[in-house]
Design a protein around this ligand. Sequence first.
Ligand SMILES: Nc1nc2c(ncn2[C@@H]2O[C@H](COP(=O)(O)OP(=O)(O)O)[C@@H](O)[C@H]2O)c(=O)[nH]1
Ligand SMILES: [Mg+2]
Length: 264
Amino acid sequence: MPYFIVIVGPAGSGKSYLTAALSEWMEDQQLSVAKINLDPAAEWLPYSPDIDVREYVDARKVMKEYNLGPNGALIVSVDMLVNYSDNIREEVESIKPNYIIIDSPGQLELFAFRSSGPAVLDTIIGNDKSVTFFLVDASFTTTPSTYASMLMLSASVYMRLKKPQLLVLTKADMVPRTHIDRLVSWSEDMFEFQQALISEAQQDMHVSMLAQNLAEMLSNLGLTWSPIVTSSRTGEGLENLYAEAQRILSGGEDFLTEEPSGRL
Ligand SMILES: Nc1nc2c(ncn2[C@@H]2O[C@H](COP(=O)(O)OP(=O)(O)O)[C@@H](O)[C@H]2O)c(=O)[nH]1
Ligand SMILES: [Mg+2]
């Protein structure tokens, strides 16, 4: 009965590097962990996967075989994974690790928003417990509206994957501490976040109204998570990330119905 950690996020948000850094950190703690590369288009990975979908579907071969461009090949490749998800589950069962980290395909929208991505995950995870990490690149959240966009994207992914989900800020080493403190205080004080959004709207009435409703909606949904601040480069936050994941994975079945604790 392995525990699954599914890493998702926009292209370039640091999924593969976090897979590498977190798995190394966990191995240092003597935990048994396997890594799955679920990206058929990965050219190079910062870790060596125990299970690699490229052995089943390789986007470059699909491109040649079906005479497709890179985007078309990627869509077809991700859809083709459905045919091999049973094989991947069998590989998981033969390795028998305690934890499995799944590094998802680079393009979030092709994975989370098409039918194949969630279907592949359901087959691989089966009835085992899992937690999703939604990654947000710290250097892309410099304005209230970019942060709000990421929260909405995170909510969309949550709606699609339907698993307990943590918001993970990546590449913290790249931005000033004051910037991170501001994000954290926005997540703790919805009113402050709302004011920041409205002030950014610069008196555009429609955008202000959207901002106001959005902040309220995110607040009502309990989506005002404090992000878990990490850096794969310095190792910051990895221990905390593991602890939060563990809290969910080893928690009761009723996690999703628990009173909002500031996190999904
Ligand atoms: N400074 C810094 N760069 C990072 C960190 N994590 C990832 N990167 C860089 O961000 C880029 C994208 O990372 P990657 O893990 O491949 O993103 P993915 O597309 O989500 O898998 C790479 O060039 C990494 O070097 C980090 O913690 N700190
Ligand atoms: Mg990647």
